[in-house]
Design a binder for this molecule. Structure first.
Ligand code: NAD
Length: 276
């Protein structure tokens, strides 16, 4: 069984790997033996993350990349493939929070700033799509590979703590992943999404920064706690490995049983009925 999860001799790329879930995913792939490239646009964060992994003797390298910059990202993928002659695992994980959801006044539909909405979609949806394009361009020629996207369990049912822009981007990504799996099956490439529930990471600007929201959300998680970044490791190891050889096109919630309580428990303020 150990051989099924072995990544020795393989090459992995993780975007948004400077912190949180991406950093844990990169550490996991490197520990399993893959030469792992950590990509992030935050250079300081990236260097600190990489230094930490290197100090443990792990085979990691860093590249500063903004996933929104197709030319920059494409050049980095080309450089990695030219140097190593292969590309085995790509985890498209970079993303941002879209701010507060409609539970807060600032997140109500009439308060949404369209420029901000567009910015979130540009990063979470279009930026991730550009990562998928880079991965597929190379994996089509190698006729093998594993693609994993990080989406969100918060869009599998309505979540009023989460912003419209974030919900729209993650739901669109789930649809994209399912469709891409169909195209890439002919090339021996599997494409799946990990849809995390509420995790405590450094993701800023959203409802998760609020301890009150964390408390409310944890009551709606069957396991009774928010996710810790390390909780993503097992599923990354599985989806990146030969152990998942008959799995593609799946959006897998990694959410401790969230949401286990009905939405009504946290519903927005009820509106009076319309006058007849
Ligand atoms: N934390 C949660 O509760 C949660 C839940 C569901 C899904 N997710 C998703 O998981 C992914 C990772 O989030 P996290 O919670 O680890 O947050 P995080 O902020 O700790 O990590 C995200 C990383 O992405 C990087 N990044 C942001 N924009 C980028 C860009 N344009 N190009 C390259 N790198 C960029 C950031 O610098 C950061 O290092 C995101 O896609 C997020 O939407 C998080």
């Amino acid at each position: 069984m150990k051989a099924l999860f072995d990544q020795s001799g393989r090459v992995a790329v993780v975007t948004g790997a400077g912190s949180g879930l991406g950093l844990q995913a990169a550490a996991c792939l490197a520990e399993l033996g893959a030469t792992t490239f950590l990509l992030d646009l935050d250079e300081a964060r990236l260097e600190e993350a990489c230094a930490g992994l290197r100090s443990k003797g792990l085979p990691v390298q860093s590249r500063v990349v903004d996933v929104c910059d197709a030319a920059q990202q494409g050049a980095v993928f080309d450089e990695i493939v030219a140097a190593h002659g292969r590309l085995d695992v790509v985890m498209a994980n970079a993303g941002v929070s879209g701010g507060r959801g409609p539970m807060a006044r600032a997140g109500a539909i009439d308060a949404v700033d369209i420029a901000h909405w567009q910015q979130v979609l540009d990063i979470n949806l279009t930026g991730t799509f550009k990562t998928l394009q880079c991965a597929c361009r190379h994996m089509k020629t190698f006729k093998r590979g594993r693609i994993i996207a990080t989406t969100s369990a918060s869009v599998l049912s309505p979540e009023p703590f989460v912003s419209y822009s974030y919900s729209a981007s993650q739901a669109a990504l789930n649809a994209t992943i399912r469709l891409l799996a169909v195209e890439m099956a002919a090339y021996g490439v599997s494409v799946n999404a990990i849809a995390p529930g509420p995790f405590v990471t450094g993701i800023s600007g959203g409802a998760m920064a609020d301890p009150g929201v964390q408390q409310t959300l944890s009551k709606r998680i069957a396991l009774g706690r928010l996710g810790a970044p390390e909780d993503i490791r097992g599923l990354v190891a599985f989806l990146a490995s030969d152990a998942s050889s008959y799995l593609t096109g799946e959006v897998i919630a990694l959410a401790g049983g969230y949401p286990s309580a009905p939405l009504a428990a946290t519903a927005v303020t009820p509106q009076p009925p319309r006058p007849q």
